[in-house]
Write a protein that binds this ligand. Structure first.
Ligand code: SF4
Length: 155
């Protein structure tokens, strides 16, 4: 039976980015041949509109956010930590409901970043809020950048 794979919806061409655009990635879309791809946008699930003001961390990363720290602001100066936390929790709920053990998420995003996030205007090492909650709950998370290298290693 084909396994379910959680995917950042923007990677599949869904226009859910803050600017109403997407991050369509053919390497990720090709995975539909092997898996049931389950698209999610944690920021939309957390109640934020599309388009929306871009957001970034002002201290720490998503590991701190899921512990309750208020550390995300949007371009308008509004605290959006709760929206990001809520979206992460809803995404985890979907994973539990569908027995999802693996996820491909969008690098650099404050929700979906795996290795890098924006701390104010600087790209630094860190985890997005949804990535942090999924990892904490034993779900494997990879970025879209790791798909190509994995395929190359396997070929
Ligand atoms: S929250 Fe994740 S899925 Fe939604 S637009 Fe940002 S990177 Fe894509």
């Amino acid at each position: 039976m084909r396994k379910n794979l959680l995917v950042s919806a923007c990677l599949l061409g869904i226009n859910c980015r803050f600017d109403g655009k997407n991050e369509k990635n053919q390497n990720v879309i090709r995975l539909a041949k092997e898996y049931n791809l389950i698209p999610v946008c944690p920021e939309q699930l957390g109640g934020l509109p599309t388009p929306r003001a871009p957001s970034w961390f002002i201290i720490g990363d998503g590991i701190n956010t899921i512990k309750g720290l208020t550390n995300l602001r949007n371009e308008d100066g509004k605290d959006v930590s709760k929206n990001f936390r809520d979206g992460a929790k809803e995404t985890l709920k979907i994973c539990k409901l569908l027995n999802i053990k693996n996820a491909i998420l969008k690098e650099n995003s404050p929700s979906c970043g795996i290795n890098k996030i924006y701390l104010k205007d600087k790209l630094v090492d860190g985890k997005g809020v949804t990535t942090a909650i999924l990892l904490k709950n034993g779900i494997n998370v990879m970025s879209e950048n790791e798909i190509g290298s994995k395929n190359e290693r396997n070929s």
